[in-house]
Design a binder for this molecule. Structure first.
Ligand code: AHR
Length: 506
């Protein structure tokens, strides 16, 4: 072996962090920019189906195998009247959307979203408006969606052409209510009270639903983590999950610092777990609150362009980040962080899915293509469902502006016992050198490498565009092998790696 830097990973088949929840591979569609209009829904597009859904986009969403999709916001939901988006389209009102300073035509609403999500093969996570509205509108929406019939709201759904209940099981109690930018922003006390009352009546309408209460909009909010503690004091016995949101960017144009930002996500998750468990102890409760990381991604490329947009237009190109190769590496690090907390993070939504800070881009009336960040999500969604192992990792480390002790190796391992598969996901953060990963595969006898997928590029700022949709794509010529129970893999400098091993039949 050449004189590589080395990192070690010790695995044991019996030692697992937890099994991934299906909903960890979720995403998000908000009424924002061209996510809905021109993204998933464009009746005038040559590829639109009979309901106006773009078939080219549906195909890409299915490729990602997205498990659950959050809707309709985001900041949008805090000013939304859900009743505007149901019933005959010609009677639906156009409204000012104050969150994003656009006009919302309401030609797409809850029923259309449920239909679209079914076609995409995804579950639905609906958010209710706790900004301008409250428990009454929220319980009516649950009744409209989930009650079988014989009441005002359930019969209205039937009259709108949906005889069967939608059966939506997962609901968010508002969005980012800690943020002063939010319509109807509240203190933790105010929000805790209204969330508790909304939760009670929503569950009285349908006791089978699960509820996500709003946590902080990032680890840097001045009210974090006292917000979580206060909100949970009010809602603990009525809710099931608490939300976390975070976005990162390479504003400093410093790759070593940028790739370390998943350490911030790690610290955020740990602190929220600690806060949940503190309130559990304080309340002497047997119930455990789990985490819903229902907005996470890279978001910064589009900030300047968004300031230039004309207000009150319909579906302008907002938040259209064009992602680079280095963004895909950070997204990979963030996915690894989420997997490594599979015991407590049960739901996660890559924000968002189409056009708006998204893995999928479209052109109105034109093409759809995969951004760079599409690939790490695809790989984890395909091969990352299973038992996340308790990997013991030792790696060379570095210090950088915002972080100390950053490991060159970010990694996790997932066992899929039913298929006899073991997959290692790894990012080498080293800017110029390959890293030799030596993995001890305890009790994975007879496993051999079947594929080593690598995403690498000589240009950190390389992008996929309409003209060059395949500029940044993975290859499967990675260099790794298993010998005498040890994995030996070469991870190129600055690369995302998926090392798929399988038990060989003897
Ligand atoms: O995803 C974009 C926006 O980011 C969402 O509307 C909001 O919840 C967050 O601040």
């Amino acid at each position: 072996m050449a004189d590589y830097k080395r990192a070690k990973m010790v695995l044991d088949k019996e030692y697992a962090i937890g099994t991934t929840d299906e909903r960890l591979f979720g995403s998000f569609i908000e009424h924002l920019g061209r996510a809905v209009y021109g993204g998933i829904y464009e009746p005038a597009h040559p590829q639109a189906d009979e309901e106006g859904f773009r078939k080219d986009v549906l195909e890409l969403v299915r490729e990602l195998n997205v498990s659950v999709i959050r809707y309709p916001g985001g900041n949008f939901v805090s000013g939304y009247n859900w009743e505007d988006g149901v019933g005959p389209k010609e009677r639906r009102p156009a409204r000012l959307d104050l969150a994003w300073r656009v006009t919302e035509p309401n030609t797409f609403g809850t029923n259309e979203f449920v239909r679209w999500a079914r076609k995409a093969g995804a579950g639905v996570m609906l958010a209710v408006n706790l900004g301008t509205r409250g428990p009454d509108a929220a319980r009516n929406l649950v009744e409209y969606c989930n009650h079988p019939g014989g009441t005002y709201w359930s019969d209205l759904r039937k009259a709108h052409g949906y005889p069967e209940p939608h059966g939506i099981k997962l609901w968010c109690l508002g969005n980012e209510m800690d943020g002063p930018w939010q319509i109807g922003h509240k203190t933790a006390e105010e929000y805790g009270r209204i969330a508790c009352e909304a939760a009670k009546v929503m569950k009285w309408v349908d006791p089978d639903i699960e509820l996500v209460v709003c946590g902080s909009s990032s680890r840097w909010m001045p009210t974090f983590p006292a917000w979580e503690a206060t909100v949970l004091e009010h809602t603990y016995e009525h809710v099931d999950y608490i939300s976390l949101h975070t976005y990162y960017g390479n504003q400093e144009n410093n790759i070593r610092n940028y790739l370390a930002k998943s350490l911030d996500m790690e610290m955020f998750i740990r602190t929220v777990i600690a806060t949940c468990d503190y309130i559990q102890a304080k309340k002497r409760s047997k119930k455990q609150i789990n985490l819903s990381f229902d907005e996470w991604n890279v978001w910064y490329h589009s900030h300047a362009a968004d300031k230039e947009l004309e207000p009150w237009t319909i579906a302008p190109p907002q938040l259209e980040d064009v992602y680079t190769f280095e963004d895909a590496l950070l997204v990979g690090c963030m996915l690894i962080t989420l997997l490594n907390h599979a015991d407590r993070v049960k739901i996660a939504c890559l924000a968002q899915l189409v056009n708006v800070i998204a893995p999928i881009m479209t052109e109105n009336r034109g093409l759809a293509w995969r951004q760079t960040i599409f690939y790490p999500f695809l790989h984890v969604s395909r091969y990352g469902r299973g038992r996340v192992l308790q990997a013991v990792i030792s790696s060379p480390r570095y210090d950088v502006e915002e972080y100390t002790d950053v490991p060159l190796l970010a990694a996790t391992a997932v066992a899929r016992d039913e298929d006899g598969e073991l997959t290692v996901f790894a990012v080498n953060r080293d800017t110029d050198q390959p890293l030799l990963l030596e993995g001890r595969l305890g009790q994975f006898d007879g496993y051999q490498v079947m594929e080593h997928i690598v995403l690498e590029h000589k240009d950190l700022k390389a992008k996929n565009t309409k003209e060059e949709p395949d500029n940044v794509v993975p290859h499967n010529r990675g260099d790794s092998r298993v010998e005498e129970g040890f994995l030996r893999a070469i991870l190129p400098g600055l690369s995302w790696n998926v090392i798929r091993m399988k038990k060989q039949s003897s």
